[in-house]
Design a protein around this ligand. Structure first.
Ligand code: GRF
Length: 216
């Protein structure tokens, strides 16, 4: 839709910008890739808040450097996971978040949280799911001796890394690869497909039917 702004001769393109809430526990390179993609106009959205369970995480520093609002929520201050998740949801609601992006978030979400944001939570996993779900996916791939691995962006359901798959990218695993070298190769691809998946969501192009995600 276009709109003529009174008093100017410019026609401004109106875009629907989604509010993205990011949960991160670690170094935040995926967060950085999403920040860059937004700056380059590759995602029609804004990061409204970055929430972490870890006060000293580099992800929070990256957010601060980019003037993004942050919230540290200490898990130990809550009776249980439900109460902790309720606090996170409160922060997300305050920011009117449309999409929750897990970017190296090391806690399992309660089913309360998942139901509240059904089909609106994304995660990235460093393997080609359903292979090597859970922790240390790159180590699992190297130890198994696979020739191909990669990364997967998926919607989050109540299982572990089991939700409908949005995008995947493969990388070759060489005999000489270590957990670290494979992780590095996969990470480069993560930084490409995570922003892409978020953009598809923001454009309303992801349709979930059962286990399948159709891209319109
Ligand atoms: C990535 O490898 C991602 O696949 C996994 O956690 C790691 C997060 O890395 N879920 P970073 O914090 O984004 O650098």
């Amino acid at each position: 839709m276009t709109n003529l702004v009174p008093g100017t001769k410019f026609v401004i393109e109106e875009k629907v910008m989604i509010n993205i809430g990011i949960l991160a526990s670690g170094r935040g390179t995926n967060l950085q890739a999403i920040i860059e993609a937004i700056k380059e106009g590759k995602i029609e959205g804004r990061i409204s808040i970055v929430i972490s369970d870890n006060q000293d995480t580099f992800a929070l520093k990256r957010a601060k450097q980019n003037n993004i609002e942050i919230e540290y929520i200490n898990f130990k201050s809550f009776k249980n996971r439900n109460d902790y998740d309720k606090k996170i949801i409160e922060c997300l609601k305050e920011k009117d978040v449309d999409l929750v992006v897990l970017a190296g978030y090391m806690r399992i979400l309660s089913s309360y949280f998942i139901k509240m944001y059904k089909n609106k939570i994304m995660n990235i996993h460093p393997a080609l799911l359903p292979s090597f779900s859970g922790l240390h996916a790159q180590r699992q791939a190297v130890e198994h001796g696979v020739k191909v691995s990669g990364c997967t962006v998926h919607f989050v359901d109540e299982g572990v890394d089991s939700g409908p798959i949005i995008l995947q990218k493969s990388v070759e695993v060489k005999a000489a690869d270590t957990e670290e070298s494979l992780a590095e190769k996969i990470l480069k691809e993560e930084h490409q497909i995570y922003p892409r998946a978020i953009q598809l969501f923001s454009q309303g192009r992801l349709v979930i039917k059962g286990r399948k995600v159709f891209i319109k």
